[in-house]
Design a protein around this ligand. Structure first.
Ligand SMILES: Nc1ncnc2c1ncn2[C@@H]1O[C@H](COP(=O)(O)OP(=O)(O)OP(=O)(O)O)[C@@H](O)[C@H]1O
Ligand SMILES: [Mg+2]
Length: 327
């Protein structure tokens, strides 16, 4: 039986502009299962980070939770106050960010930063926290871990800093790890090593991962399921194999077509014309219609999410046949 560790229900976050609510994430729903890696992909500005920050209660100033709920086991995030978030963050759900240098505190040693996370959630002595910090550095494959405990972030390479971020994130054994573009700031070899490490740790610690990336290659390598976001909405959700073998949404097809194809001698790169619309300027029908090669009259109206043989797709092309409206 599949165990759900996270349920996002019709989540809407956005800005309140003089009483006019402008959604940045517009009513998305998805679940995360125990032990799986769920990918979230989409172009820049689609709302991937806003979604991940909602999961951590870390929305930037000015951005509000407008509607919907997020649930993990018996906890409803909608009702959370600051203190509730502090208890959950790091302990049940932890996050790693794109740029480890800006998320680590430059004036504290690596050891102190890992210990701080442990001491904020668990009743252990400083010595026990330090021992655990050392254990964590070993777990994430940091060479000379004893020395590194007393070093500062600037003394480490980018790849090592990202390992430290992972060590901090995992130090309280969270059930869910959110990784927002965890490897985009790193060069390709280091990227592969960090992804490999995440995979290994996931198996070892049985955690569930939400992996946000704009790289479909990373999705193919790492994920079980994937959500494609466009303009604050989910436009396709599928098992990774289905996403690549039976791509449905014209937007996803566009994303795949813009991947560099090594086998193709011409190295032809197509890209989707136009840009993602801004939250305050959304088209009233299908949000992708102005850029869509398959646009037709029906698209003046926003499509629902259709269930097509186990995948979900928000596109009128799937209105007929054996599809079923799910939302
Ligand atoms: N602090 C903010 N206040 C208001 N709007 C914001 C704020 N931060 C981001 N936005 C807007 O929210 C939308 C979604 O942004 P988000 O950062 O979630 O995109 P993303 O998919 O993570 O993009 P990227 O791939 O570039 O990281 C964008 O239109 C962005 O301009
Ligand atoms: Mg982002």
């Amino acid at each position: 039986m599949v165990q759900k560790v996270l349920e996002v229900e019709k989540l809407k976050v956005g800005i309140n502009d003089d009483g006019r609510k402008i959604a940045i994430v517009n009513g998305i729903s998805f679940t995360l299962e125990k032990g799986e890696t769920l990918g979230i992909v989409g172009e820049s500005g689609c709302g991937k980070s806003m979604t991940s920050l909602s999961l951590m209660g870390l929305l930037p100033p000015g951005v509000e939770w407008l509607e919907g709920d997020i649930q993990t086991h018996d906890l409803h995030f909608k009702k959370f106050n600051k203190q509730d978030w502090r208890k959950v963050r790091g302990k049940r759900i932890a996050m790693i960010f794109q740029e480890p240098m800006s998320s680590l505190n430059p004036v504290y040693t690596i050891g102190k930063q890992i210990m701080e996370m442990i001491l904020s959630h668990e009743h252990v002595s400083k010595q026990q926290a330090r021992d655990r910090a050392l254990e964590m550095l070993k777990l994430v494959g940091i060479p000379r871990p004893e020395q590194v405990l007393d070093e500062y972030p600037y003394q480490l390479s980018g790849g090592m800093r990202q390992r430290v971020m992972i060590a901090i994130a995992l130090s309280c054994n969270p059930e869910i790890l959110i990784a927002d573009e965890p490897t985009t700031a790193l060069d390709v070899t280091i990227q592969a090593q960090i992804l490999e490490l995440m995979k290994k740790l996931q198996e070892q610690l049985h955690m569930s991962i939400v992996l946000i990336t704009h790289d479909l290659g990373v999705v193919a390598e790492m994920c079980n399921r994937v959500i494609v976001m466009y303009a604050g909405e989910i436009v396709e959700e599928a098992k990774v194999v289905d996403l690549f073998d039976e791509t449905k949404h014209p937007y996803t097809k566009g994303l795949l077509a813009s991947l560099p194809d090594i086998a193709d001698e011409k190295e032809y790169l197509s890209s989707i014309p136009g840009i993602v619309p801004a939250p305050e300027n959304m088209p009233s029908g299908c949000r992708f219609a102005p850029r869509c090669p398959n646009v037709h009259q029906r698209c003046m109206e926003a499509p629902p999410l259709f269930d097509v043989k186990g995948s979900k797709v928000k596109c009128w092309l799937y209105e007929h046949g054996d599809s079923e409206v799910v939302m």
